[in-house]
Design a protein around this ligand. Structure first.
Ligand code: AMP
Ligand code: MG
Length: 480
């Protein structure tokens, strides 16, 4: 295979110096390649002759484009903290032949100036988990960071017990976060916020460059992206688990797959994260939290919205006031699509509410309930036979018949209702096997989640939720 490795152009280093620290990963000396994402590599124009060449390229310094860790801040739960990449470095920004730019970040890179008390490391378990979930999200059609490779580092990483160390190559359109703006606004120097605003617009939203009020225009754009993103999460039953402002990207990509999980039985209060005792990031609270994070974003942008503080606050408040109507429109439209009804037919939204109520009362599986409604689909699953559900079903059928053509309804439902999600108990099984040295269950799981909308016989096991005892006890951890 011809070797075509990185073509970096680290534009982030144009920002004032406080935004980053130049530092190289220190964990790759004895790296051993565990997984490599061929499809993503092709999209990035990366190919290599052997794993050894690839690892050597990761370690090679490019003096024109040094690697760096990013500084940022963020509200973690609700307290504001100075943060930064404590265990990650951006190796470089890869420019593709079609002019796209992607951050290539090493996660589990070793300590950086932002590590605080942390060891800067990551485990095989956690990095494989991030690889799997990000692949699942991508193929579900959710904007997301992606994973190019996982390496074993040969180090031992202590997390309650000793674990094998790993590093992940994470790919994102950009790692600029709401927390990067908070850093610039509240902890930066004179001119930092303005520099970040202009950099972000040039890099991610060049069509906003000529706007009269670029800060306000950026706010609107990011708000819309974040709404669309969380609508996708609600569509596929995803719970991010730790949607702090440092984990909210300005590009609208989901990232930082720590304590995240997919919901099985529907309940809006579902939480898996072991550190989320109050349910702040529960499934049904995700729209409220994203609105809260956007309010923090608006706060950070205030000095650039208008010269007078009061005028700036009025503009920000107006902008934020548009959230509820936009959320409602996008969310309702998406849920109607899941039932095969056009987004504009909002009079039928009661059907969605009734179905969610039934699912909650009867503890029905979120993914399978919608999948089983798919017309003419060989789902191999059956709908509940109780009267309440059957009566809802009859009402829905009446609406479907009159509201759009059968083909259109089928098309909408097939595109919005996945058949396969990464089931928590199977994810754990696959990771346990990988930890013991067998990647086979992990590779099988990857194949399943890479075609979430296509029915394949023989995969029944991947459509079953776990036993209730497993679900009740299942907890996911941050920073593993
Ligand atoms: P996260 O919860 O992964 O978004 O991380 C929150 C903050 O803690 C970020 O600034 C991370 O870089 C930092 N962090 C997480 N794990 C570690 C670690 N093992 N060593 C150093 N910093 C870490
Ligand atoms: Mg984070």
């Amino acid at each position: 295979m011809p070797t075509n490795l990185f073509k970096f152009d680290n534009s982030y280093l144009q920002l004032p110096e406080g935004f980053y620290s130049k530092i190289r990963p220190t964990t790759l000396q004895k790296a051993e390649l565990l997984l490599f994402n061929e499809e993503l590599a092709a999209q990035l124009d990366i190919s290599f002759g052997s794993a050894t060449d690839f690892i050597a390229a990761l370690q090679a310094e490019d003096p024109q484009n040094p690697a760096f860790a990013q500084a940022y801040a963020g509200h973690q739960f609700s307290s504001f903290t100075r943060l930064g990449d404590g265990r990650a470095v951006v190796l470089g920004e890869q420019l593709t032949s079609v002019g796209q730019r992607f951050d290539i970040q090493v996660k589990g890179s070793g300590r950086t100036p932002y590590s605080r008390g942390g060891d800067g490391k990551a485990t095989v378990y956690a990095m494989l988990r991030e690889y799997l979930i990000s692949e699942a999200m991508f193929h579900l059609g959710v904007p997301t960071s992606r994973s190019l490779a996982v390496f074993k580092t040969g180090e031992t990483v202590y997390r309650q017990t000793n674990n094998e160390g790993a590093a992940l190559l994470r790919v994102m359109e950009s790692h600029i976060r709401v927390g990067t703006f908070q850093f610039a606004s509240f902890l930066g120097k004179e001119g930092d916020l303005e520099a970040l605003l202009h950099y972000t617009i040039e890099r991610l939203y060049p069509h906003l460059a000529g706007c009269e009020n670029p800060a306000l225009a950026l706010f609107h754009e990011v708000m819309n992206r974040q709404i669309d993103l969380v609508v996708h999460w609600m569509r596929v039953g995803f719970i991010h688990g730790v949607m702090n402002t440092d984990n909210s990207s300005v590009s609208g990509e989901s990232f930082d797959y720590g304590p995240c999980a997919f919901m099985n039985a529907y309940h809006p209060a579902t939480v898996y994260s072991s550190i989320d005792e109050q349910g702040r990031y529960a499934f049904g609270n995700q729209p409220n939290i994203i609105k809260w994070n956007l309010a923090r974003f608006a706060e950070a942008l205030l000095p650039l919205m208008a010269p007078e503080k009061e005028a700036a606050i009025a503009l920000a408040q107006d902008a934020l006031d548009a959230f509820d109507a936009r959320w409602k429109r996008q969310y309702q439209g998406m849920m109607l699509h899941k039932l095969g009804i056009e987004a504009t037919e909002t009079a039928h939204f009661a059907l969605v509410e009734q179905l969610l109520d039934l699912m909650e009362q009867q503890q029905l599986d979120f993914t399978n309930t919608f999948a089983t409604l798919l017309p003419g689909h060989q789902t191999g699953l059956t709908l509940p036979e109780n009267e309440a559900f059957q009566s809802w079903y009859a009402n829905w059928q009446k609406v479907i018949i009159t509201s759009s053509s059968c083909e259109r309804a089928s098309e909408l439902m097939a595109a919005n209702n996945p058949l396969y999600i990464p089931r928590n108990h199977l994810v754990e099984e696959a990771l346990e096997a990988a930890n013991k040295g067998s990647l086979e269950p992990f590779e099988t799981m990857l194949r399943v989640v890479r075609q979430p909308y296509t029915y394949r016989s023989g995969l029944e096991k991947f459509r079953q939720g776990a036993e209730p005892q497993f679900e009740e006890a299942y907890q996911t951890f941050c920073g593993t």
